[in-house]
Write a protein that binds this ligand. Sequence first.
Ligand code: SF4
Length: 401
Amino acid sequence: MSSNSELKKKFLCPLPWIQLCIHTDGTQKVCCHTNLPHHISNTKNTPAKFGSKEDMKDSTNNPGLVEIRKTMMEGRIPLMCQTCNQEELKTGSSPRIEMLEKFEKDFEESFKRTDSTGVITNPSVKYLDFSIGNECNLACRMCNPYYSSKLEQEWKREGVKFNWEKVEEAHLFSRSKKMLPESIQDLELICFQGGEPLINKGHLDILQSLIENGKSQDIKIEYNTNLSALPQILLELWSHFKKVKLFVSLDGIGELQEIIRRPLSWDKFLLNLEKVKKMDSIEIEFVTVVQAYNLPFLTEIFDFVSKFVGKPILPNLIYLQEPGHLTPESLDADLLTQSIIKIQNYLDSSFINNEGKELKAFLQKLKPDNEKRMLFTIFNKKIDQREDKKWTDYIKRLLNK
Ligand code: SF4
């Protein structure tokens, strides 16, 4: 079977071919971009799990993943990949399109060995995407207990209804001894996510075992991190790896980052950023989750990132979809319009990367939503009443300037 460029344009994604993605509770997923709670099924038609020798022996050919590949090759969009499809319709880009560029060669090779039923002969996992439990030191406003142990404590104290069983599974996974399966011989890249991976002790064990078995020098490691903590031991361990890349969350500058990503200290965040910037072996990119809180202040974030990098550039932008009441449509109609104009003017006057085109397309589709705005107001009242840093005060102060 040869690669088909028309299929590639619309349907194919390298990740189901070359990646093993492990979710916070230890189950295998198609990738970290899907927002459906669906898991990859094993031969017993139950969720495939990291830690199960049988499930991980040939994780690439677990039946759930085979089915996804078959669907893509038949020119249809798998249910689990609707997130990417929706993003492509909204912005013209998506993680799928980015992955096609990033893994072009590995994907071509793997695709050649795929039969019409979606089974790959001699599969090779090049990329491990590892969400390593919900241990986290922050309780970001747009997050939930599945990804943050701090929010878990908070929501439990308040008696909030949630799928606590799933959270318990994340704990069990977090406490288990996480050893990489033997099948991952050709691994080139690991992306650690959380929770907050930099404070996760299980992840240190994995780094140490890769160093001990002599593999670390061939492996790049990446992190999605809030960079509010930077344990010294990591700096030593990272020096054994081929390359380290940090995708640093940046949702606001100064007080706004503290309001969204509570209880982060902006000063400490800056100190950590300076520390990693000084290390030549570490590459840094910023990630901004575009949401109601930061749409009015996005250009300040762009200025910060451009100054840090030394040229006009935008951070990687993720467009928040859940929870719906924190998406930009929740802003007051006037503020939403002003914010859109401000960003459009900025994009028109600066040299920007591809993210700029997507952002423009995204802005054009934004419409105020009264119901969301009401829920946004209620949500902020609840959170603000117990916080020193309050969104409602912040936005009033900034608007009256
Ligand atoms: S198409 Fe999107 S959702 Fe599907 S595997 Fe690729 S990146 Fe993930």
